[in-house]
Design a protein around this ligand. Structure first.
Ligand code: R5P
Length: 277
């Protein structure tokens, strides 16, 4: 049985159809003091909890779903389409926690194994105390793009170059390059443009996540007279004023997957997940 988190209901339904497994009608409630509760109806022998941890509340809800499922099912599989805190994979300053490890340890207590999608670094899987697999869904992003003319696939930093290559390879032909990025703060980045010629070309920016939109909007502002500009990402978090930032720099389209359910989630990672369930 597929057990959806409240933030992953569409993906859970798509996955349920892909696997031919029933979809649990979970109830979600929040009390006046802010505490949450879920109610999971009878599950089968296997419960597949599908829950992106897009907020602190979603983390709590996931632990509750796992606990409720564990009381009924022999096997509990946890699918984290988007794993929150995964980018905090080290202590960046003295006294800080390794937040990704803290989350992974907590999630491990309620499950037999974990599947996640394009975490910032695949090494985050090592933080779990149960088997964890990172599924690469970047190739699916090519399906969302319109027909391209003389395309250039750009990642906003060297770390995301493989994602850009994967999208290029799936889309067909095109040049791949990357920017040099230095993060100044949570919402500010500094970038050196790539050497690639952008004039008159279709430029496709590819990254694992668009969070505040600072990275993408800074990159796009440096493009020299492109024809069209598309933004693709696996996780369309689009927090705060991200959509405004992208609109102000003249983006022609934003495309993401349903690891985070947004209006721009035009492709589902369900087929990629189903292969491992
Ligand atoms: C960081 O290296 C990631 O790959 C993303 O580029 C980054 O997290 C995006 O964040 P934002 O949209 O806030 O700039």
């Amino acid at each position: 049985m597929i057990v959806p988190g409240s933030a992953s209901q569409d993906l859970a339904a798509t996955l349920s159809a892909a696997l031919g497994e029933s979809l649990a009608a979970v109830e979600y409630e929040q009390f006046a003091d802010g505490e949450r509760v879920v109610r999971v109806p009878d599950t089968d022998d296997r419960a597949v909890v599908v829950a992106s941890t897009v907020s602190d509340g979603a983390h709590v809800e996931l632990l509750q779903l796992q606990d409720a499922a564990r009381q009924q099912a022999e096997e509990v599989v946890t699918v984290l389409p988007y794993m929150g805190y995964a980018r905090q994979d080290e202590a960046f300053a003295e006294g800080e926690p390794v937040s990704a490890r803290a989350m992974a340890r907590a999630i491990s207590t309620g499950t037999d194994r974990v599947l996640t999608v394009n975490p910032h670094e695949n090494a985050v899987c090592d933080f779990f105390d149960v088997p964890c697999r990172a599924v690469d869904a970047a190739g699916l992003l090519a399906d969302t793009l319109p027909a391209l003319s003389d395309p250039l696939f750009l990642s906003p930093d060297e770390g995301a170059i493989d994602l850009a290559k994967t999208v290029r390879d799936t889309a067909g032909d095109g040049e791949v390059d990357y920017f040099e990025k230095h993060r100044l703060s949570d919402t500010e980045v500094e970038m050196q443009p790539s050497d690639a010629d952008t004039a008159g070309r279709d430029v496709v920016l590819v990254d694992d996540i668009v969070a505040t939109g600072s990275t993408m909007s800074t990159a796009i502002a440096q493009l020299d007279d492109p024809d069209r500009v598309f933004v693709t990402c696996v996780h369309p978090m689009l927090a705060a004023s991200a959509r405004t930032k992208l609109a102000r720099v003249g983006v022609d389209g934003v495309f993401g997957t349903d690891t985070i359910e947004r209006a721009v989630s035009t492709v589902s990672v369900a087929p990629a997940l189903a292969e491992h369930l």
